[in-house]
Design a protein around this ligand. Structure first.
Ligand SMILES: [Zn+2]
Length: 399
């Protein structure tokens, strides 16, 4: 609650209030709740919930439901629900092999999924965007056919994103340099309003979901590798973004002095020694990646290491110290004590924890960081994109 002495902090109290309004609205995206359930869910006091829900009802964001909670002890409780629940969120995704568009509800149900392979025409965005426009059209048509107005459409790419308006900075899997993906999509679907379609890097939404799944610790370092190596750094509860959205690009920490030239222009980036391409080449699996895809090749790699196959074990042993060193640098930069690993790295959480413990700070009673493997796997990015869409929708509702 705002402090009674708000003479020097009216903006701050307003921020807190808006944040709390958002918390209440967000809790209701998973379905109707009573005021006391909302208090439990959000950690706010019952009094705060009464006042916040009155404001949300006044602005027609929330309404009292016709349904009432089943009678337990005491009188039945009126449930609150969001006014606009019958909407659709559409998340379009583009990775090295395929495009997809998922139609989701606010409470995370997936109503439909449209998917196709784009054929990986290296260096030519045209056919890829054609395929993307196709699945987005199908998703829009599906949402319309079930009578759900579109509340949010976003596009997630397995590549770094930056600039304003946001563009794909480079996609090494597709041989792209800078590509204005949303602009190209709008040329094919003119009724879309490009300014309202966020373009998001998979790592940033995967990190958002992994951070929530880890219990939202204030300081956390996230590192994942499925194509390239991506990361995110949380400090004081928020993911750092940096000047051009480059914060947390841990795959491009130049950890080896005078190392190999990286596609980013630096030498000795982590990705040049521990990225999928480097690992698979060292393990003799490049052909498998070419024929069966990167995911299948990485699975073979992980199994090979677990089975103790010599070439695979050696390839991982060469990469491990660099992965740990990169994490240690990131951990010390923000004073984090928790690491979450995604992609192929999740399979090696124990090795990475051991190596981090070996190189950790020993002075001052410091303890090694907690290291956990992602429980969400490849779903993290989509789940995170749905979470981000809910947050944007509530932000828009709050005005
Ligand atoms: Zn690099």
């Amino acid at each position: 609650m705002p402090s009674p002495d708000s003479s020097r902090g009216s903006l701050t109290s307003e921020d807190v209030r808006r944040h709390n309004l958002g918390l209440v609205a967000l809790a209701l995206t998973s379905g109707p709740l009573s005021r006391s359930e909302l208090a439990l869910e959000t950690g706010l006091t019952r009094g705060a919930i009464t006042s916040l829900s009155a404001e949300l009802i006044e602005h027609e964001i929330v309404r009292e439901s016709d349904r009432i909670a089943p009678e337990g002890r005491g009188r039945p409780k009126t449930l609150l629900e969001l006014s606009a629940t019958d909407v659709a969120l559409i998340i379009a995704t583009l990775d090295a092999d395929r495009v997809e568009a998922v139609v989701s509800t606010l409470d995370g149900q997936r109503l439909a999924r449209f998917s196709r392979r784009h054929g990986r025409p290296i260096g030519d965005p045209g056919p890829v965007v054609d395929a993307l426009a196709q699945v987005v059209s199908e998703a829009l048509a599906h949402a319309a056919s079930v009578g759900r107005p579109l509340a949010d459409l976003s596009v997630v790419v397995w590549a770094p994103v930056g600039g304003s308006p946001a563009v794909v900075l480079a996609d090494t899997d597709l041989g792209w340099e800078r590509v204005d993906l949303i602009g190209l999509l709008q040329q094919r679907l003119p009724r879309l309003r490009a300014a309202q379609i966020p373009l998001i890097a998979d790592t940033s939404v995967a990190a958002l979901e992994e951070h929530a799944d880890a219990g939202s610790p204030p300081h956390l370092v996230y590192l994942k590798s499925d194509s390239g190596i991506g990361g995110a750094v949380f400090a004081d509860g928020r993911a750092l973004t940096g000047a051009a959205g480059w914060a947390g690009m841990l795959g491009h920490l130049p950890v080896i002095a005078d190392g190999a030239l990286c596609e980013c222009g630096q030498h000795g980036c982590l990705v040049t020694v521990a990225g999928p391409d480097a690992l698979l080449a060292n393990a003799g699996l490049t052909d498998v990646a070419d024929t069966d895809g990167l995911d299948a090749a990485l699975e073979r790699f992980v199994t090979g290491v677990r089975d103790g196959r010599r070439g695979f074990v050696d390839a991982w042993a060469a990469a491990l110290p660099h992965v740990a060193r990169t994490l240690q640098i990131a951990l010390l930069t923000v004073g984090a004590d928790h690491v979450v690993l995604g992609g192929y790295l999740a399979a090696f959480a124990e090795d990475i924890a051991d190596e981090l413990a070996r190189i950790a700070v020993r002075a001052g009673g410091a303890t090694p960081p907690q290291v956990t493997a992602s429980r969400l796997g490849a779903e993290a990015a989509l789940l995170g994109a749905e979470r981000a869409a809910r947050l944007r929708m509530i932000d828009t509702l709050l005005g």
